[in-house]
Design a protein around this ligand. Structure first.
Ligand SMILES: Nc1nc2c(c(=O)[nH]1)N[C@H]1C(S)=C(S)[C@@H](COP(=O)(O)O)O[C@H]1N2
Ligand SMILES: [Mo]
Length: 247
């Protein structure tokens, strides 16, 4: 699979483009969601360009995908959840949505799945190629039905790193991007602890710190001002990292 950039000129062209990346099933839902979210419809059908992150082959997989930052959550609750294979792990979706959701792992796995082989680039100067599987965030958001006025999606995590809860956020373009998935598998296996078990976001057009691990709660908001330090992410609040970390 090579890099694909495509120009979206009309609904038909969008459908073709979606078929190419295997999005047939979610296309109807994507349009439905975009209609709920008028800015999305405008951008996707009004001549905007959807840029895909490069995808790779299995031959290019890194033999070992390292764990960075929090390599576990390290609480008794997390250890207990791990001991039972995360069967009772819950992902909450709320905020500016009509139908707040509480999804367990079975529900996450029951959604249409996307698998993608991508390169992860950390600002600390290392990269790794991994194969990630999980539902598209768009499918989850369309089920929850995003309300008008939503501008950002916030991702809350179970881990506390040096005294602060890890969290991240993205705009609605990235939230509804086809490659933005809630991954529960790496290289065909359940997500390892060090890589964020049981759920971590893949936000493929941005740097490593924008891929929150140990996901517990997805919150749709109008503004990031009142979330933790107000700058949209753990590293943004603490170290001045860019909120939009495009690669
Ligand atoms: N919850 C949580 N998510 C996180 C981090 C973290 O410390 N906690 N570190 C980030 C950083 S800086 C990177 S590079 C990647 C590392 O992902 P990996 O452990 O799968 O290599 O996770 C990101 N997501
Ligand atoms: Mo990183």
């Amino acid at each position: 699979m090579q890099r694909r950039n495509f120009l979206v000129a009309a609904g038909a062209a969008f459908l073709t483009a979606c078929n190419k990346v295997g999005e047939t099933e979610t296309f109807a839902k994507l349009v439905e969601g975009a209609q709920n979210w008028h800015r999305g419809l405008h951008r996707s059908l009004g001549g905007g360009r959807i840029t895909m992150a490069p995808e790779y082959t299995r031959a290019e997989l890194s033999p070992n995908f390292r764990g960075n930052g929090s390599r576990t959550v390290g609480t008794p609750e997390y250890d207990a959840a791990q001991a039972e294979g995360f069967v009772n792990w819950q992902l909450a979706i709320d905020g500016l949505v009509e139908n707040p959701l509480m999804l367990n792992m079975e529900a996450i796995r029951a959604l249409p799945q996307r698998t993608q082989i991508t390169r992860h680039d950390c600002v600390e100067g290392w990269s790794a190629i991994g194969e990630w599987t999980g539902p598209q965030l768009s499918a989850i958001l369309n089920t929850a039905k995003v309300k008008e006025g939503a501008n950002f999606v916030v991702f809350h995590c179970a881990d506390n790193l040096n005294g602060a809860d890890y969290y991240e956020s993205c705009d609605m373009d990235d939230a509804f991007h086809p490659q933005t998935i809630v991954a529960h598998e790496l290289n065909g296996e359940a997500l390892p602890i060090k890589n964020g078990a049981p759920l971590r976001l893949r936000l493929e057009r941005q740097l490593g710190y924008k891929h929150p691990k140990f996901l517990t709660h997805i919150e749709v908001v109008a503004s990031l001002d009142d979330i933790h330090g107000g700058l949209g992410g753990y590293w943004e609040d603490r170290a001045g990292y860019q909120w939009y970390a495009g690669i």
